[in-house]
Design a protein around this ligand. Structure first.
Ligand SMILES: O=C(O)CCC(=O)C(=O)O
Length: 315
């Protein structure tokens, strides 16, 4: 018993050290202003000051007539985003879901987001056996370049209007992510690397993420969980340590009723202020395919799924 506890504790410490080293290395080598933003933006006062100093006063108008989401009310979404940090129910039309899903089944995805671990979804088992490694997730690269529906979605005028109103600035597309979360059991470290433990993101001084399920998601197939209101309220250790939090810690601080476990059919969408604590639950019965589209006030070039053809390789 005490050996298990010791191992769990060691896993957590190692995972935190790895994350800090990786973040600093990535920031220093790729974009130091991103690293600086990450140090400042975790604090409310830091975000407020930077938003005040870098006020954007562009006219923010989008012609919403050509949107995939004619019935979505921008003001309602933005009000929910500001108060709860979450709005549920921005649903993709059926034909768009089908186009994206068809793309996912016919395009190479990359095990654990590694550019040299490409495989086709149907050949996952063979790829794992060949490599002697288990994949927790399988991500796609260059989604907007390869899938016209995703390209159209990232410039949808209704999504841009929501983003503009929430960001109070011209929305900048920061990136797309589309990935499978594979069903199975995972260790603490695997969960930590696959965003399957409670965390919050710091991608800009203000930013937001739209999520769309592309497979049906229920309790056992990897629902996303968001802690309502946690974008506005964090305790000291959440701010300074920024570690993965246990369910117990989150429930003790925010209350069980704040946890919103999001289920929905393929096409169901929602938008989140990623400063809220959130995670994806590891699917146990069925793989989950999800698409994320992110907007921010600045593009630090760190969130894109663009990878040069010369970099990506199949197993
Ligand atoms: O898999 C999920 O639902 C969580 C995704 C997530 O945490 C993120 O995109 O930051």
């Amino acid at each position: 018993m005490s050996i298990i506890l010791f191992n769990n504790c060691l896993d957590r410490i190692l995972s935190k050290i790895y994350n800090i080293c990786y973040e600093n290395y990535k920031g220093l080598t790729k974009n130091p202003s991103w690293l600086l933003m990450r140090k400042i933006a975790r604090f409310k006062i830091g975000r407020a000051m930077m938003i005040y100093f870098f006020k954007r006063s562009d006219k923010l108008d989008f012609n919403e007539s050509n949107s995939f989401f004619p019935d979505v009310n921008v003001d309602e979404v933005v009000n929910y985003l500001k108060t709860d940090g979450l709005y549920l129910g921005i649903c993709l039309p059926e034909d768009v879901v089908q186009e994206i899903v068809k793309f996912a089944y016919s395009t190479v995805c990359y095990g654990n987001r590694k550019t040299d671990m490409g495989f086709c979804y149907y050949h996952k088992e063979q790829a794992q056996t060949k490599l002697g490694q288990k994949f927790i997730i399988g991500s796609y690269f260059n989604t907007a370049l390869l899938c016209p529906a995703i390209k159209k979605l990232q410039s949808d005028p209704k999504l841009l209007s929501i983003a503009a109103a929430f960001l109070d600035a011209q929305p900048i597309h920061q990136g797309n992510l589309m990935w499978w979360s594979f069903a199975g059991s995972t260790t603490y470290l695997e969960k930590s690397q696959a965003a399957q433990l409670f965390h919050y993101d710091v991608d800009d001084y203000r930013f937001l993420k739209f999520f769309f399920y592309l497979t049906d998601v229920d309790d056992r197939s990897g629902p996303h969980v968001c802690v309502r209101g946690s974008h506005n309220k964090k305790k000291w250790s959440h701010l300074w340590l920024r570690k993965r939090e246990t369910d117990e810690d989150i429930i003790n601080y925010y209350g069980f009723e704040s946890l919103v476990k999001i289920s929905g059919k393929a096409g169901f969408g929602f938008v989140e202020d990623p400063l809220c604590f959130h995670k994806g639950i590891t699917p146990t019965h069925q793989d989950r395919l999800i698409l994320q589209i992110e907007f921010a006030r600045t593009d630090y070039g760190m969130q894109h799924d663009l990878r040069a053809a010369s970099l990506v390789k199949c197993i």
